[in-house]
Design a protein around this ligand. Sequence first.
Ligand SMILES: NC(=O)c1ccc[n+]([C@@H]2O[C@H](COP(=O)([O-])OP(=O)(O)OC[C@H]3O[C@@H](n4cnc5c(N)ncnc54)[C@H](O)[C@@H]3O)[C@@H](O)[C@H]2O)c1
Length: 330
Amino acid sequence: MAIKIGLIGCGGHGRDRLSKILFNMESKVQLVACSDLDNASATSTATEHGYSNSYENYMDMLEKEDLDAVVVALPHDLLKSAGKSVLEAGLDLFVEKPAGVNADEILEIIEAEIETKKTVMVGYCMRYNPSRMRLKALFDKNIVGNAIQIHGHKSGSQLGTWNAYLERGGGQLRWHGVHIVDQVLWILGDRQPIRVHCETQWDKVLGSDQDSAFTILFDDGITASISVSSRTETIFDVIEVFGTDGRIRSEWPSEILDIQSSRISDYQNPTRIVPNSPDYMRMYTIQMNDWIDSLIKGVEMPIGSLDALNVYRVIDAAYKSAEAGEPINL
Ligand SMILES: NC(=O)c1ccc[n+]([C@@H]2O[C@H](COP(=O)([O-])OP(=O)(O)OC[C@H]3O[C@@H](n4cnc5c(N)ncnc54)[C@H](O)[C@@H]3O)[C@@H](O)[C@H]2O)c1
């Protein structure tokens, strides 16, 4: 049985990535209705991707349409209220990262999820990047030995609309910082972050955070260093893990992987793996298939609301630390 889908937010991400992929899934999904405050975006998305109906007001869509699940891709300050409305309408939810503007908002989503017994998947897509999945698989096989440190960086000059304003849930920590923190927590598994210390440069005109560098201390002594910037010309995302016996580094969007491990004969010397033609859309395709397959099988969501909460515990502490000028214990 095809999953009957609704879409809330026909903007850059909702329309050109998530909806486009759902459109190509054919028999697994049925695209029923889409909505956007901007009527022209809603109607043209419906025409382009074959939704039967389009709406300006997503509450009308939730009330009138026969849906199973809804994708929400709105500005950050609207994600929580729309996400809760979807759950309260008795539907499963895919909500774009970061699912709200702080940990308190994620707790509200978790409450609604428990009350309604519906599921929540959060769009932390970088976990589905093929090079990043390979880094995680090699790390889990212990090829770096005992993990010591991890570094993550994400940058790109993408703040310019609502995402440049703190009051709309913008700023570089909430735009890109959340992606890096999610990946660091995912790679390190059960380890718990216990302290965060952040330095931030603020945009003097808009007031939001532009560049931040922060550390996270984990309960087993591993340290993470994270840097984000909204001022580099091109978008770039890198994760590198260091252990007693080696290191692995993965870049995006190039998808270049660097490996060195004294435990594996093939990687005794530094080895670079360069994909022929990295595909920007591949991770979104894997992500949306994983979501739909999880709904069809009725299994736990691969990336859920607790993951979003754990990310915000760190990001909220980073903002607090930047403002206070001191480390914050979690
Ligand atoms: N995972 C990724 O790689 C990735 C990339 C880009 C954006 N995102 C996320 O996707 C979400 C949306 O970002 P975007 O870049 O598409 O933003 P966008 O501004 O391009 O699109 C937002 C859309 O929401 C619509 N909208 C605003 N208020 C509305 C309302 N009340 N009801 C219905 N529609 C409304 C706007 O008209 C617009 O079409 C954010 O959470 C962002 O972080 C994720």
